[in-house]
Every structure is written in C-alpha cells, then in structure tokens.
Design a protein around this ligand. Structure first.
Ligand code: MN
Length: 234
C-alpha cells in the first residue's frame, strides 16, 4: 500500500488536495472511514477505509444503498493519504478528478473479518461502519465479472441488520456532514463549475430543458406563460 500512484496523478501546485507528505493526521486511534461525493467526469461516491496508514479507496458510481438486496459496483482506485478524509472543495477543471468534492459521510470502521489483509487478498471484507449517515454491517466482495482480471471490480453490499432500509440515503441525506452544503454550493464557494456540480444534487433540473419548456409554452399561447413571466421577474 503506497501513495505513489496518488502522487503521480496530481499536481499539488494547482490542486488543493492534500499532498500526503505530512505524517498521517489521524484524530483518533480507531480506523477512519469516509465517503466523498465527487462530481468529476461523472458523479460518484468515493468510499474510503483507513488501513495500514492509507485510505483504501473505491469509486461507487451509484453510491451506497441501505437495501441489503442491492449490490453496488465499487471500482478500487489508488490509495489516498489519511488526511484526504477531511478534504472538501473544488479540484480545478483540467486537473485529475476536476470538479466539486463533498465529505458526504465520515466516522470510523471496525473489521468483522478477523484478518483484514487476508480478507482483502481474498476479496471478501466484512466490516461495521460507525458513520453519521451509514451504520451497521457491510461487505465488499471482489467480483469475477467485468474488470475482474484487474482485480479492481468489487461490490458494496449492506448486510441485513437494524440499519437496513429501502429508502435512498443519497436522496434523503444529500448534504455535506462537514459544511451542510449541497454539491453546487461547494462549487459556488470554491470558484468551481456550479452548473456541473448541481447535476449531482437531488432535484436538479437542467436549465436548458426549463428554457425549452418556456419557449414551447409561449409559442402555444402566443404569450409568455405565467411561469415564464415569474421566472423572468426573478
Ligand atoms: Mn473520486
């Protein structure tokens, strides 16, 4: 486990992300857990577990599900420095992972598998999360399907317990646990692309579609609709 790939991919003179050169700044003896919501080329949730002084990292395109019958694809990516767990802000466009990053959940984790290194090698890691949003028992299982030749394709699955739910936690709890901001607000405050980040917020409607609807309404009646007038007055 090394930060070589992490360092190679990033330009720390441009990106505000932690360089990982300072010693691991773990606040507690327990193992850190964090999920960062990240609107890069596509929206995804970066799921990270501290192990051996780095954050093991998986990109989960659809985010975690509390439904134990749902399996979420989790692509293992490069290890990140432990102090990355508190990074929230904007990676400049054109840089690796350019876009808004939110600390969506954080806390600690406890291995359920008795030997974590063996579990990782085997591709079957059971653990308990003690986060602000996610709690209880989970498993990461390496798949044998697409991407399995690289060993990077895993599934994140909730084990059935008192925290299981069919509600979509990514919709129910969309805000940062650090700043209480939505992704678009993080982009706005960090000088990023607000419109792009907003596509990651629940209830987002593209501006173009709204404009097109207004045009259609005006054409039909020959006059601007009430909605169009109200919008124009804003
Ligand atoms: Mn990411």
């Amino acid at each position: 486990m090394t930060l070589k790939e992490y360092t190679k991919k990033r330009n720390f003179g441009v990106s505000p992300e932690p360089s990982g050169k300072t010693a691991s700044a773990n606040k507690h003896d327990a193992l850190s857990y964090v999920i960062q919501k990240h609107r890069a080329t596509a929206l995804h949730y970066d799921f990270r577990l501290e192990w051996n002084r780095v954050l093991l990292s998986w990109a989960v395109p659809k985010g975690p599900s509390l439904d134990s019958s749902v399996k979420r694809l989790a692509m293992q990516v490069e290890d990140h420095p432990v102090d990355y767990a508190s990074f929230e802000g904007v990676i400049p466009e054109g840089e690796y992972g350019g876009g808004a990053v939110m600390v969506w959940d954080e806390g600690t984790w406890t291995p359920e598998s008795p030997d974590v290194n063996a579990a990782l090698a085997k591709g079957d890691l059971k653990f308990t999360l003690h986060g602000k949003k996610l709690k209880g028992s989970w498993v990461l299982v390496r798949t044998h399907g697409w991407g399995s030749s690289s060993g990077k394709s895993w599934l994140l699955i909730k084990h059935r317990d008192q925290y299981t739910s069919t509600k979509d936690v990514t919709i129910e709890k969309p805000r940062s646990i650090l700043s209480n901001k939505l992704l678009a607000e993080i982009a706005r405050d960090g000088g990023g692309d607000v419109e792009k980040a907003a596509t990651g917020d629940p209830g987002y409607k593209p501006r173009k579609a709204v404009a097109a609807k207004k045009a259609v309404a005006a054409k039909k009646t020959g006059a601007p609709s009430k909605r169009a007038k109200r919008k124009a007055a804003e």
